[in-house]
Design a protein around this ligand. Structure first.
Ligand code: GLP
Length: 237
């Protein structure tokens, strides 16, 4: 893992967008898996602007959803799919056939897990993985305790994720479970950008920086990869 500190969230977003664009320039049909957290708000805005400015062809990129809240899908405000629809899929005009898989919290989990793993086996590894870090060190919904070889699975959310997750919704939401790609496929991605923005992330960022790979902090497995850990000065603490 390589660590880089940016002077502001805007600087981090610009650098992230440029790296995302580079992956697509190098491989126009790149398999992209993008987190749907508030950390990425500015990055995705910059990325869409850059794609339009440079007239980059995104008609062949392939998109996979990282995670979804149990019981929700893209028709629900606050869902991961709705987030990516608004910030990536619609602004870039991606077609439905470019979305290889997106977890659907309203469908039976087991069949979806098998489908996602089969797709990753056939079309992976992921070329571009954009990740945020949860307040408890989770990646996607790979919660503390998750083994690094785990593949797509249904998760019983931790108390932290249930509470913190309320921020994505206008009203109180009974969050219990999630569906997520597993650590094995996240860690195998060719380009991994892990982002942390804001003072509220300083504690978990410090914990990650002093950690060794261990299931108690799922993001710590990124130490053994070429991940670029991008943080702003506030998150560095
Ligand atoms: C969420 C999602 C993750 C996200 C992380 C950080 O709950 N499951 O995919 O990256 O937690 O979210 P945020 O960027 O909003 O802090």
């Amino acid at each position: 893992m390589i660590t880089k500190v940016y002077e502001s969230p805007a600087a981090l977003a610009r650098a992230s967008a440029a790296r995302m664009l580079q992956v697509i320039a190098d491989k126009p049909n790149a398999l992209c898996c993008l987190a749907a957290g508030f950390t990425q708000n500015e990055t995705y805005g910059q990325f869409v602007n850059l794609v339009k400015e440079r007239q980059t062809d995104v008609s062949r990129i392939r998109l996979m959803g990282l995670d979804e809240w149990g019981g929700l899908n893209g028709t629900d405000p606050g869902s991961c799919r709705a987030y990516l629809d608004a910030r990536i899929i619609r602004p870039l005009g991606l077609k439905e056939e470019q979305i290889l898989f997106f977890p659907d919290g309203k469908q039976a989990a087991q069949a979806q897990c098998l489908q996602a793993d089969a797709l990753l086996d056939a079309q992976g590894p992921i070329d571009l993985m954009v990740l945020g870090i949860g307040m408890n060190g989770h990646l996607g919904f790979n919660e503390p305790g998750t083994e690094p070889w785990t593949r797509t699975h249904q998760v019983v959310l931790s108390d932290t994720s249930r509470q913190v997750g309320q921020k994505y919704f206008d009203q109180e939401m009974p969050l219990q479970t999630g569906l997520t790609l597993g650590l094995k496929d996240l860690l195998a991605a060719r380009t991994i950008l892990l982002q942390a923005v804001g003072q509220h992330k300083a504690g978990i960022v410090a914990a990650l920086l002093r950690s060794s790979p261990d299931t108690s902090l799922p993001a710590s497995f990124l130490h053994d990869t070429d991940c670029l850990f991008m943080m702003d000065e506030a998150a560095r603490g």
